[in-house]
Structures are given as C-alpha cells and as structure tokens.
Design a protein around this ligand. Structure first.
Ligand SMILES: Nc1ncnc2c1ncn2[C@@H]1O[C@H](COP(=O)(O)OP(=O)(O)OP(=O)(O)O)[C@@H](O)[C@H]1O
Length: 275
C-alpha cells in the first residue's frame, strides 16, 4: 500500500507508450511523459507533430490505439465528461466560448461539472438546488477575479477583446476544479503584453496547485515559462528535459525548428522569475 508521501512524490499525470493511428497515419508513436505536481510542462513541435492529438488522448476525446494515461495513479477513462470529472480540463486552439452568454454564465457552465444536484432538486429548484447555484456563482466570481475579468461579468462573451476571451476560457476550464489544465496555444494571436500577462496567469495557476501542460509554437514563451519541455516530432518524443537542455540540443534546433539558435533561445532567467 502506498503512503501519502509516496503519492506526492509520484507523478500526477503519466502517459505510457501512447500511440494513436488514424487509418494508415501514425499521429503518435509510443509517447511517454510525466507531469509533476505544480509543474508547468511545455509541449512543442512542428505542425502536424501530434501535439493536439496527444491532448485529445489525454482528455478522452480520442481513444489511443495503445498505451495508458493515468492521473494520480488511476487510469483515465476514454470519456471526456469522466476525464473532466476526474480533474483534467482544457482550452482549445480556437476559442470555444458561448458567444451569446455572459462572461459569468460561461464560467458557470464549467462549474456545473462539479455540481452534484439531484434530478428532483434541479426540476423543482428546491433549497439544495438554490444553495448549489449560489455557491457556483460565488466560485465563478472568484475565478473571474483571479483571471482579472470581474469588471465585465455581465458582458456577452463575444464582445470581449480577444485576449480577454482567452482568459475567460481559462476561467471556465478552472471552474471544473482540475488538477491538470491543458492549454492549446494560449497565446496564439496575442500581442506581447497579452502574452506576458498569460505567462503570469499560468504561474499563478501553478502556484494555486494546478499542474499545467502548454502547447505553443512560441518557443521563447515556452522556455521562459516551463519547468520541463517535451519536443514531439512526427508523433515521437525527440527530446525531453529542462528548458536549458532542450534549447541547447542540436536535434531540436535542426530537426524541429530549422531556425538559427538565436531565434530558438528564450532566456532561462525569465522562467525563474515566477518561482
Ligand atoms: N481525427 C483525425 N483523423 C485523421 N487524422 C488526424 C486526426 N487528427 C489529427 N490527425 C492527423 O494527425 C497528425 C497530427 O496532428 P495534430 O493536429 O495532432 O498535430 P499538431 O502537432 O497539433 O499540429 P499543429 O501545431 O499544426 O496544431 C496530422 O497529420 C493530422 O492530420
């Protein structure tokens, strides 16, 4: 039997030998990685490397052809609702808010993953239901405060500026009370200030006790953010390690980035600020 200290030393999320084959195309081949508690892991790689497919396997959207994914030692089911309830939340490459719902309502949608109202209470809006709704609103407002959107809780989400829509997606994902948050290109299309704000928000999420996996093409952002980085190329792990190790690996520079090293290098010290 494992003790509590054994458990806290063990990885929070573990993928072992995950492969995903679509017809004749191997999108993922034997991918293994771990994510620790309160860790930010970066997942980088060229277009078509399999990054989003890997997220889809983690969240139960895809059933891997082979391999195992576990959270806190328990194998995750291939069912998105059950995976969300187990503690894995995500945002998408393209924003998927409910455009005609308010900012607060969008977060409440995420919150409902955690609500345990009985059918009778829901139908008759009894005291249990009303209390649950009140608590859900309170928690949703806390999250809006956390991401800096308290002032606009009544706005329709479609009227928010782009960067705020991305923050709202993160608040909605956090409303499910995840232990691991998956962010798919959270800074795509952002200006430098929004990108920096997102970096600080991810540090704050980590410090609140949630592990984060981030897919990004902006390697400078990744190297300045993450504790560990995994490089996927053609569905396989090419290199994994700390930002320093990954940035200096010639295979990463040649095989993945094909860019001069000075374009690849982020500053290692940037990543240490958040700790
Ligand atoms: N549902 C699917 N059916 C068939 N092929 C798929 C499916 N989903 C992904 N693929 C293929 O798997 C490969 C990996 O795609 P994926 O979107 O995971 O890459 P990615 O690393 O996220 O790329 P990008 O950086 O461009 O988003 C691609 O060749 C893609 O066409």
């Amino acid at each position: 039997m494992s003790s509590a200290s054994d458990r806290s030393a063990a990885p929070l999320l573990e993928a072992s030998g995950v492969s995903m084959v679509f017809g004749g195309l191997t999108a993922l081949n034997n991918v293994s990685l771990t994510v620790g508690r309160e860790e930010v892991l970066g997942l980088i790689g060229p277009n078509g490397a399999g990054k989003t497919t890997f997220f889809n396997c983690l969240t139960g959207q895809y059933v891997p052809t082979s391999g195992r994914i576990s959270l806190d030692g328990t194998t995750l089911p291939s069912d998105p609702a059950k995976v969300a309830a187990a503690g894995v939340a995500r945002t998408f490459q393209n924003i998927r808010l409910f455009p005609n719902m308010s900012v607060l309502e969008n977060v409440l949608v995420g919150r409902h993953v955690r609500m345990r109202q009985g059918a009778i209470a829901s139908i008759f809006h009894g005291p249990g239901f009303r209390k649950g709704e009140r608590l859900a609103r309170e928690r949703s407002r806390e999250l809006l405060d956390f991401v800096g959107l308290s002032q606009v809780e009544g706005e329709l989400s479609r009227n928010l500026p782009y960067g705020d829509q991305r923050r709202l997606e993160i608040a909605r994902a956090l409303a499910t009370e995840p232990s691991v948050l998956l962010l798919d290109e959270p800074t795509a299309g952002m200006n430098p200030q929004e990108t920096e704000d997102t970096r600080q928000l991810i540090f704050a999420i980590r410090d609140s006790g949630v592990s984060v996996i981030v897919i990004e093409h902006d390697t400078k952002f990744i190297f300045g953010l993450c504790d560990h980085v995994v490089v996927l190329v053609q569905g396989e792990v090419l290199v994994a390690g700390t930002p320093d190790v990954v940035r200096d690996d010639p295979r990463v520079i040649e095989a993945y980035l094909g860019k001069p090293p000075e374009d690849v290098a982020g500053t290692a010290t940037e990543g240490e600020e958040g700790r």
